[in-house]
Design a protein around this ligand. Structure first.
Ligand SMILES: [Zn+2]
Length: 161
């Protein structure tokens, strides 16, 4: 069961056909925007403790990804990747009705975001996608210097031709 979820998510990651070089989760967001042909707006928020640390809200024309402002960049990347996981797995977003309280009074949004607590299959799938996306970005960042050196070498060669 666990393996099949991971396998399904790995297949989906390949289908996303991410660029070889991504330097941050924002590059992944850009890519998902192009794939879905919908803008994705990243919005940091101070969310109440004990509640969800992120949310995806789709409107008719774009997607909002809210993420906890007061946490580490690594955790923020994981939160954003989790919401991208929902998006790319064909899950439904939180209803747009949560948008107003999120923007006006984040504390009031806790109950409306309770979806996170019950849709456990979707949560596991989104979290598996998040782990894969974070690992992809980290691996790409490690590869980046080597790729740059290779590209520089190729450019030198092409100039010689
Ligand atoms: Zn979730």
């Amino acid at each position: 069961m666990k393996r099949s979820l991971r396998h399904r998510c790995e297949t989906r990651l390949r289908q996303l056909a991410l660029p070889d070089v991504v330097t941050s989760m924002v590059d992944v967001v850009d890519h998902v925007e192009r794939l879905r042909e919908r803008p994705v707006r990243l919005r940091p928020l101070s969310l109440p403790p004990g509640g969800p640390t992120g949310a995806w809200v789709a409107t008719s024309v774009l997607d909002y990804v809210f993420y906890e402002r007061d946490t580490s960049p690594r955790h923020q990347a994981q939160i954003i990747a989790h919401e991208l996981g929902h998006m790319t797995s064909g899950h439904h977003s939180s209803p747009a009705a949560v948008l107003a309280p999120l923007l006006l009074a984040p504390g009031a949004a806790t109950v409306m975001l309770a979806r996170e607590a019950y849709a456990t299959d979707e949560e596991r799938e989104a979290e598996q996608m998040a782990d894969l996306l974070v690992a992809y970005v980290e691996a790409s960042m490690e590869r980046a210097p080597a790729l740059s050196a290779l590209e520089a070498a190729l450019k030198r060669d092409s100039r010689r031709l």
